[in-house]
Design a protein. Structure first.
Lengths: 491, 450
């Protein structure tokens, strides 16, 4: 890895330029005359660099990142699978990347068709009746889904339903999404296997419950044994059930949320459908619904009639929750997901989930002599190691293990999540890893645990040693925040 | 077998043996019988790579794109030039195939890129603090409205009718879901109606006023006056704008803005049929701990070296769960890397030159159209940037149809959103348009109606 990089602002030299514009071919106008006082008085202190400086800078930065293209990235719940290159070529075709969202519908029939077809394919894969592609990310999808649930209850004049139930094992976005859509969160306990405690759930039921949000397989990588009883319990009480699709990579071709009683779900297209994560976006949080929620889908809805695709607005969908962002979603991400699904087909997607589950079980078995597993029997596409015992015996925490893994050449698993497992290490190998990769990773884990047992915590504290920086001082970062470059002018 | 999965039949057998499972089916035995999928998913036939590319070319070929037509359509998304370096840099797998920098030691590249981006947003907006990005300008404005309500403990969001219609719709949706009041202010000659504003502010309970400048019509608002009015009423002043325009226009932070939001598509991101690009949000220190989303900060590592980390995480969903300031997790990171590359290439001088070209070419296009006698400015005397609202002799639908026949994507038809502007047509002229293209536009638009 690259050791360190000057900032752009340090590299900058007055007068350097990295662009070339055509010479102005119409009469020039004076900004001050044209815009009067609206004209900017002081130039922004943006860097001044030649093109080669910019290329070296960002190439250098890239070399300080670990990525899926470089190696194994078993970050639990994030589905860091290989991202096919053809998807990138697809999204960059000028007929997709150089089109304006407000062009007349007759000039963008191919784009509308792609979205229409992608929606239909996602509906089929998940067993839902309709899909909107508008939400920009998973959490945005959760928010959109909960808005629809809210609109559904409101449309029935049912204003008492103010609560959303979330298991204690849930992703942090679930309770946060409930709050941002104006709901109160009720937590329901999980049992030792991370399954929702059915009796505890029943005890929470009353006419104030709007919905239950559930991840299935849950965050321990286990399929909810009582799934039908859970969804039925909510429905009986007049609530709806939300499926968090973060773990959908486990079930394609094997089970469909729509058949489990879920009314609404989101999919993270950047996880399950391999559009790249981009260092934290852009993603896409497509949302699928059952018929009961179709009237509430955000607008615009893409319709198809007499061989023509069209955009349908609020006049045609008066009960719609409205818009949750501009235009149609992260279209470029949708092109990639479409390409992925068409490339794999039904059989390929099933193989994806089967191999993801096979890889997870194989790796779990390899690691079970080192760590207690949080699940019993078989897991689905991911599993959680309990790092509490190792911590207790050797003083080596899961964070220490994560940093040691970095030195061994791997991206660490998700650590300290889910909250219900002490010192959790959440491992999701995905289907795109070979047996040899899994074997090597297991061997690295074995070495780390052996080192912990023989040498204790001491040698771990300096790790990682192979990276551009070692462990950051996060306390100071939060206490005395420096959130932008300091130009050294007393600002 | 498919090319994205290395496991061979032999590998699978070995792995199953090691696990002690008879078959892959056994691994799925935890799924209750009643919910197992009994039939294969009904999806179109699998395509090989050459077939896939053919399918994609067919689909994309059905779209008229800005390489094959001349784009005078703006209204929030613009055909600006993007240097080749931008896509070359963001195509690097190290940026594309990494995730949120949860492990800072192996993500210094992304973190430093975010830190630098935050700095550039602060410089352009004149604000003290930027986050790492929002989904888009519309949702950034909606989050700003929610933030303002939380900071002021008031419940009404006032929004100009001349803010982008899709931003207004998004803010309205978020307000409904957070139980906030949403109200719109009329425009007077294409800018916020001051008398109506004063009346609304006198009504009390105003958490924030949201305006846009350049607004939906391209007109520039007198930000400082509006800021003074809303501050007098103890509300916050929210300004929506766009990054590229700020190379030329005065920074809202110097004109009384409390929160500046906007869309970053104009800075190095393709039109992409409306996404992905990114939204930005910037505040001053008093609102720092109420910011939504990721924020990158500078610190040191255990050896004293400069290090970048995600910070102030006590605001965020993975720590605070239901008490978080927002639910945002994945944002639009790769798009802000694109913007950082773009802004580094352009520098202050390039942005200013682009702004000057936009002003000159817009002025030329409008003058030439006016000369045909068939167009006049909707808001005479009001300064505007990039978009100009014109009133036509014919309906914009008819006009755009003629233009399309000549390979020109015409301006935005204002009829649906602004029926008060009869035959209103919003023309966008970017630095990418040439004199020859403008002359062609004028010839067709001003020519005989067939």
């Amino acid at each position: 890895m690259k050791r360190s990089m000057e900032t752009l602002f340090e590299t900058s030299r007055p007068g350097r330029i990295g662009y070339a514009l055509p010479e102005l071919d119409v009469p020039a106008v004076d900004c001050g005359e044209e815009l009067k006082g609206f004209c900017r008085a002081e130039a922004p202190r943006l860097p001044e660099l030649a093109e080669v400086d910019v290329v070296r800078h960002f190439t250098g930065l890239s070399k300080m990142n670990y990525s899926v293209d470089e190696g194994f990235y078993p970050l639990g719940s994030c589905t860091m699978k290989y991202n096919p290159k053809v998807n990138e070529v697809a999204a960059r075709m000028p007929g997709f990347s150089r089109i304006h969202p407000l062009q007349p519908a007759e000039t963008v029939q191919g784009a509308l068709q792609l979205m229409y077809d992608l929606s239909a394919m996602l509906a089929e894969i998940t067993g839902m009746d309709a899909v909107t592609l508008q939400p920009a990310a998973g959490a945005h999808g959760e928010q959109t889904g909960l808005m629809m649930i809210k609109a559904y209850h409101e449309s029935r004049g049912d204003s008492k339903r103010t609560k959303v139930i979330v298991p204690d094992s849930a992703h942090g976005t679930n309770p946060a999404s409930a709050t941002v859509t104006g709901f109160d969160t009720l937590e329901v306990a999980s049992d030792a296997e991370g399954m929702v405690d059915l009796d505890a759930l029943k005890a929470l039921m009353d006419d104030s419950v709007a919905a239950l949000m559930l991840t299935n397989p849950n965050t321990l990588g286990v399929f909810e044994r009582n799934i039908l009883a859970l969804t039925e319990t909510i429905h009986k009480a007049g609530g709806l059930v939300y499926y968090d699709g973060a773990n959908a990579n486990a079930i394609m071709g094997r089970a469909r949320p729509g058949d489990m009683g879920f009314d609404v779900l989101h999919l993270n297209l950047h996880k399950t459908f391999s559009t790249p994560h981009g260092g934290g976006g852009p993603g896409s949080g497509a949302v699928g619904v059952k018929d009961v929620l179709v009237p509430f889908l955000p607008v615009p809805v893409i319709g198809f009639e007499d061989g023509v695709y069209r955009l349908e607005h609020k006049d045609m969908h008066p009960q719609s929750v409205g818009r949750v962002r501009s235009f149609f979603g992260n279209f470029g991400v949708l092109v990639r997901a479409y390409t992925y699904i068409r490339t794999l087909g039904a059989e390929g997607l099933k193989e994806v989930s089967e191999t993801a589950v096979l890889n997870a079980n194989y790796l779990a078995k390899k690691l079970e002599s080192l760590y207690p597993l949080a699940h019993k029997g078989y897991c689905m596409h991911e599993f959680v190691l309990n790092g509490g015992v190792l911590k207790h015996e050797t003083g080596v925490s899961s964070l220490d293990v994560a940093k040691a893994l970095i030195d061994a050449g791997y991206h660490p698993p998700t650590v300290y999540f889910p909250l219900i497992v002490p010192e959790a290490l959440m491992v999701e190998p995905t289907e795109t890893e070979s047996q040899e990769t899994l074997d090597r990773f297991a061997a690295a884990m074995e070495e780390i645990v052996a080192k912990a047992k023989t040498e204790g915590a001491e040698p771990f504290h300096d790790m990682p040693l192979t990276t551009p920086v070692s462990r950051p001082d996060e306390t100071t970062a939060a206490r005395n925040p420096i959130l932008r470059w300091q130009f050294g002018d007393g600002e | 077998m498919n090319r994205y999965i290395p496991a061979t039949a032999e590998d699978r057998r070995r792995m199953l043996d090691f696990i002690g499972a008879g078959s892959v089916d056994d691994l799925f035995s935890g799924i209750p019988e009643q919910v197992r999928q009994k039939r294969p998913s009904d999806l179109p036939k699998t395509l090989s790579e050459p077939e896939m590319l053919r399918d994609l070319r067919t689909l994309s070929g059905k779209n008229l794109n800005a390489d094959n037509a001349v784009c005078f359509l703006g209204a929030g998304v613009y055909d600006h030039f993007i240097p080749s370096v931008v896509d070359s840099m963001i195509s690097r797998g190290e940026f594309t195939t990494s995730y949120t920098p949860y492990q800072p030691e192996v993500a210094q590249g992304t973190l430093q890129a975010i830190f630098q981006y935050q700095t550039m947003v602060c410089e352009l907006t004149g604000m003290e603090i930027s986050n790492a990005s929002m989904y888009d300008g519309a949702s950034a404005a909606a989050e700003a409205a929610v933030l303002a309500a939380s900071a002021t403990k008031k419940r009404t969001i006032l929004c100009g009718r001349n803010v982008h219609p899709q931003t207004r719709e998004t803010v309205r949706t978020y307000c409904w879901s957070r139980k906030l009041e949403y109200a719109e202010l009329p425009a007077e000659n294409g800018r916020i109606d001051r008398a109506a504003l004063q009346k609304a502010l006198d009504g009390g309970d105003v958490a924030a006023l949201l305006v846009q400048s350049p607004n939906f019509f391209g007109n520039l608002e007198s930000l400082q006056e509006l800021a003074d009015a809303v501050h007098e009423a103890k509300g916050l002043f929210l300004v929506a704008t766009d990054l590229l325009a700020l190379g030329t226009l005065e920074a809202p932070g110097k004109l009384g803005a409390d929160i500046v939001v906007g869309d970053g598509q104009t800075a190095g991101n393709p039109m992409n049929f409306g996404g992905p690009a990114f939204g930005f949000i910037a505040v001053n220190k008093p609102l720092m701990r109420k910011m939504p989303g990721r924020i990158c900060g500078q610190t040191t590592d255990s050896k004293g070296r400069r290090t970048f980390v995600l910070t102030l995480q006590a605001r965020e969903q993975h720590i605070r769960r239901e008490k978080a300031t927002s639910n945002i997790c994945s944002n639009q990171n790769l798009c802000i890397v694109a913007a950082s590359v773009y802004l580094s290439l352009m520098g202050p001088q390039g942005l200013r030159e682009i702004g000057d070209q936009i002003l000159a070419k817009s002025a030329y296009a409008v003058q030439q159209l006016e000369k045909t006698g068939r167009f006049r400015r909707a808001f005479p005397g009001v300064p505007s940037f990039r978009d100009t609202a014109l009133l036509c002799d014919e309906t914009p639908a008819d006009l755009n149809k003629r233009l399309l026949g000549a390979g020109i994507i015409g301006g935005f038809d204002l009829g649906n959103d602004h029926p008060e502007l009869k035959n209103g047509w919003l023309l966008a002229v970017t630095e990418s348009r040439t004199k020859e293209e403008i002359d062609r536009l004028v010839a067709v638009a001003g020519g005989d109606v067939l």
